[in-house]
Design a binder for this molecule. Structure first.
Ligand SMILES: [Fe+2]
Length: 243
């Protein structure tokens, strides 16, 4: 049985997840240290405003479109649409005030995301984010399907799966040594995971603002393994904040 837990949308607090901690403000979100196995912080929110109306006015191409402040403020939306826009811009401004630089994106599917011969390395595959210095990822889904997380105990590095590793080794053309490890890193093959049977997964939900741990030298906690939802043909685009 797959322990799929859409509890971030469905179940009231207190929520029981071994690696998630809930906070009460953006200040707490940005300032709470992640330690003791906690690698995701969540500010739960129920947002007002009509985010779907904003999407309807955007007319975006397929792929990811980053939305600028002026573009959003000039959309001819209703009062509910204006509230949605103000909410997104306020989130962005508050995070900027703490020194972060998130963007607001309209995601209308992905281009070529599932056409990788050797191994999937796209955002719809379970992965960790990585930086060369201290950093975290901030994420909110305002409309559409939300991202999905999985417990880091319940995954296998995809490049460790025998058939995948054999394929990568053939492409590398050398031995399974340190240079192969470098090859994996250079091609992002060491960032992607597959969920094991019965893996504990969860949805990030709509409206909630998340800070998730990423991989950087000296980090105290395992990075949060996550993925974007698979695009479904015919579904409206998503609106997200990410940075
Ligand atoms: Fe990511």
């Amino acid at each position: 049985m797959n322990r799929w837990c859409p509890f971030f949308d469905m179940i009231a607090e207190p929520l029981d997840h071994p690696h998630v901690r809930y906070v009460n403000s953006i200040y707490e979100l940005v300032s709470t240290p992640m330690r003791d196995g906690v690698n995701a912080l969540c500010l739960r929110r129920t947002l007002e405003g009509d985010f779907e109306e904003v999407i309807r006015h955007l007319h975006v191409e397929r792929g990811i479109t980053t939305l600028e402040r002026d573009q959003l403020l000039t959309l001819p939306v209703s009062a509910a649409g204006k509230i949605a826009i103000e909410t997104m811009l306020r989130d962005q401004e508050q995070l900027r005030a703490y020194g972060f630089d998130p963007e607001i994106d309209c995601v209308n599917g992905y281009i070529g995301h599932d056409q990788q011969d050797l191994m999937r390395t796209d955002v719809c595959s379970f992965h960790v984010d990585r930086a060369t210095d201290i950093a975290d990822t901030y994420l909110c889904t305002y409309a559409g399907a939300s991202s999905i997380g999985v417990c880091h105990e319940d995954v296998i590095l995809r490049a460790q799966e025998p058939t995948v590793r054999a394929r990568l080794l053939a492409d590398f053309g050398g031995a399974d040594d340190e240079r192969f490890i470098e090859y994996l890193t250079e091609n992002y093959y060491d960032l992607h995971y597959d969920a094991l049977p019965n893996a504990r997964t969860f949805r990030f939900g709509v409206g909630h603002l998340w800070r998730i741990a990423i991989d950087y030298p000296g980090t105290d906690v395992p990075p949060c393994i996550h993925r974007a939802p698979d695009p479904i043909d015919g579904e409206p685009p998503r609106l997200i904040l990410i940075g």
